[in-house]
Write a protein that binds this ligand. Structure first.
Ligand SMILES: Nc1ncnc2c1ncn2[C@@H]1O[C@H](COP(=O)(O)OP(=O)(O)OP(=O)(O)O)[C@@H](O)[C@H]1O
Length: 450
């Protein structure tokens, strides 16, 4: 049996068919949708036709290749999309895929009708998603951000690559037919105009489709950063207890005092907003930060139910079966009367949506919650995220980029206990020989000190 965070997705199969001229953010949007749905445990995959075209032999084509009159080029592109669609159908039938994204220009009605027919024949619901943009400056910026460094232009001078890419766009413009509320009124579609300045939504069928629409409507591409920190070391951390609402320890208060300086060093003069949980340790940690602050109940620590206030050693002794069950499947395990990681992800969904809408945000929260938020941004698989090590007294800076997120870790030079529990033990602390080291290393990079 599968577990889902959205109801009734078991029998659902959706193909999101991207539409748009080159450099309109189709791959960016596709990858974000896949990351978001995967985080919500909905099986999603992107099929990028450009990589099929490169595999088919057209690895470094110049703009003439995309001229609609170039029969040879047209054939290679048709073969590439055919292969991508074939793989997509296999993925739906053999791997129980739920949402596939066909990432291509799909610029003509004829091409879209072809995809539509194949979807209908295979009981897949097609949803067209067009990114339409006439902001010339933004398009030039997109080209310089991602296109001049694309595999298509390996070794090519960036100015030459930009000129060629603009010619490629002109070739597509010769045949491009945007989605239209009259001509395409029978289709399920979303049209994003100039990022999401205006959005046209037509004929949405299912709840899952409406979730995807809501998500893409909330995306923006303005540069920004997100900072994450656990609260400072708490009295319960020192006593090795989980849960509760204890105050900070003396070293935790030291971290709270130092945090404004660490944040300023990393953020400079930008104006940011601080989000904390409703628990006293996060608010004490944020108390000296000179920014607007908001409390979110959704940022409270994973509820340990009957085990709240106990040490892992006490849990192992009093509830040995639960202790083992949690180690065996930490993501799904729900404390009696409490929560699982999956439950936390579900309640964090509005936080993620709001984070997508906002600009610079600093979140001061708890270990499990931070793991879930980090997993969303860094695409960490479910089975690994509950085992990531997120040390106390460390600020994490996330900088979303076109196709990924850049991470910097800044350690405050203030000692703290380790609250990390490895698999198979009730002792806290990290040993380098453990099998979970692979997971823990996800967060290890060279940390900077503050
Ligand atoms: N809705 C949008 N409109 C315009 N640009 C966007 C949008 N969303 C993201 N971008 C920007 O687009 C750039 C990424 O372009 P991307 O490779 O995704 O374009 P593409 O449409 O897939 O192009 P191609 O057809 O050549 O593959 C990023 O710099 C990103 O900031």
């Amino acid at each position: 049996m599968g577990f889902y965070t959205v109801s009734n997705v078991e029998d659902m199969r959706i193909c999101v068919v991207m539409v748009g001229l080159p450099a309109r953010g189709k791959s960016f949007i596709s990858q974000k949708i896949v990351r978001y749905l995967s985080w919500l445990s909905i099986k999603a995959k992107c099929f990028n036709v450009g990589s099929y075209r490169r595999k088919a032999g057209a690895a470094h084509p110049n703009a003439d290749f995309f001229d609609p009159c170039n029969k040879e080029g047209f054939q290679v592109r048709q073969n590439a999309v055919t292969e991508a669609v074939k793989d997509m159908m296999t993925w739906f039938s053999e791997e129980n895929g739920v949402v596939a994204i066909l990432d291509a220009t799909n610029s003509t009605r004829e091409r879209r009708q072809w995809v539509l027919k194949l979807c209908r024949e295979n009981a897949i619901e097609p949803m067209f998603l067009e990114s339409w943009c006439d902001d010339k400056e933004l398009i030039l910026r997109n080209i310089s951000d991602v296109k001049t460094s694309s595999p298509d232009y390996e070794g090519v001078d960036p100015d030459v690559a930009t000129k060629d890419f603009l010619r490629r766009i002109s070739n597509y413009e010769k045949v491009y037919e945007p989605l239209d509320s009259d001509c395409d009124k029978d289709l399920t579609f979303v049209k994003l105009i100039n990022v999401a300045q205006e959005v046209i939504v037509n004929g949405i069928q299912s709840y899952l489709e409406s979730r995807v629409v809501f998500y893409v409507m909330n995306l923006h591409i303005r540069p920004r950063c997100i900072w994450l920190s656990r609260h400072g070391e708490s009295v319960y951390n020192v006593e090795k207890k989980i849960g509760g609402d204890s105050s900070l320890s003396p070293r935790g208060f030291q971290y709270a005092e130092k945090l404004p300086e660490i944040v300023r060093k990393s953020a400079g003069d930008v104006n940011l907003t601080v989000w904390t949980s409703t628990l006293c340790r996060t608010q004490q940690t944020a108390q000296h930060l000179p920014y607007k602050q908001l409390q979110w109940k959704a940022l409270d620590e994973l509820d340990a139910g009957v085990c709240d206030g106990m040490t892992y050693e006490e849990i192992e002794e009093k509830y040995p079966e639960d202790f083992k069950a949690r180690d065996d499947d930490k993501y799904e395990y729900r404390y009696p009367g409490g929560e699982s990681y999956r439950d936390v992800v579900i309640r964090l969904e509005p936080i993620i949506m709001e984070l997508e809408r906002q600009e610079n945000i600093l979140i001061v929260t708890h270990q499990a919650v931070l793991r879930c938020i980090y997993a969303y941004f860094m695409n960490v698989p479910q089975e690994e995220s509950p085992w990531m090590s997120i040390p106390l007294h460390t600020l994490i800076r996330l900088e979303p980029r076109a196709y990924g997120t850049e991470v910097t870790r800044i350690k405050a030079d203030i000692p703290a206990v380790s609250t990390y529990k490895e698999k198979g033990t009730s002792k806290l602390g990290e040993s380098s020989s453990d099998v979970t080291a692979k997971f823990r290393n996800l967060l290890n990079g060279a940390p900077q000190s503050a």
